[in-house]
Design a protein around this ligand. Structure first.
Ligand code: GAR
Length: 218
């Protein structure tokens, strides 16, 4: 069975949905640890309550990004995970860190990349008036919120949406596709080959893109 570490910085709902899938047997991985960049991350309490080992690498204790990344890499390497899963990990990682974990470092982002990298994705989607929004799981590369896309889910943007409602609709899809992507990796069906995603899975109907249901009236 493959082992993973999950990196968080806050609430940890994506982490929790992965842990739920592990507990239910739907996700055949062992979770070696949850590591947070903040000591006050809510997700740390959640993980500890569930008996998952937790560690904090507090970014504020490292004046230079490279030093934080080196400390983080050391903690991860000591656990020898097959996969490093960023789940609301809100630090920009240095090129050295990303290169070290290439092919086994994945991230979830709350937009349909390459649209809306960075922060406040839901507000920006509303401001732009896009009709379709969503989330993306991707391999991490040295470009911020960018990299070979593994799976995306789309949701409709409704006329009366505000940031909270839209974020909640996207988050439900994040939980679904992140579990799916980690399961593909756990099953050895998903790889990064020459910078491209190679997925050995049916390309139709297994959720490569979850499309919104458009109501046509009546
Ligand atoms: C999620 O929406 C995740 O996609 C986003 O942070 C949130 C964390 O929520 N990540 C990023 O914006 C990374 N660029 P969670 O802690 O409840 O999983």
């Amino acid at each position: 069975m493959k082992s993973i570490v999950i990196l968080i910085s806050g609430r940890g709902s994506n982490m929790e949905s992965l842990l739920d899938a592990v507990d239910s047997g739907a996700l055949p991985v062992s979770v070696a640890a949850v590591i947070s960049s903040r000591a006050d991350a809510q997700g740390l309490t959640t993980a500890a309550k569930r008996g998952i080992p937790t560690q904090v690498v507090d970014h504020r204790q490292f004046p230079r990004r490279e030093d934080f990344d080196a400390a983080l890499a050391e903690v991860i390497d000591a656990l020898s995970p097959d996969l490093v899963v960023l789940a609301g990990f809100m630090r920009i990682l240095s090129d050295g860190f990303v290169t070290r974990f290439t092919g086994r470092l994945i991230n979830i982002h709350p937009s349909l990349l390459p649209s809306f990298p960075g922060l406040h994705t839901h507000r920006r989607a509303l401001d732009e008036g896009v009709k379709v929004h969503g989330c993306t799981v991707h391999f991490v590369t040295t470009a911020l919120d960018h990299g070979p896309i593994i799976v995306q889910a789309a949701v409709p943007v409704l006329d009366d949406d505000d940031e909270t409602r839209l974020a909640a609709r996207v988050l439900a899809q994040e939980h679904a596709i992140y579990t799916q992507a980690v399961r593909w990796l756990a099953d050895g069906r998903l790889q990064l080959v020459d910078g491209r995603v190679r997925l050995d899975a049916p390309q139709d109907g297994e959720g490569l893109l979850t499309a919104p249901r458009i109501r046509t009236g009546r």
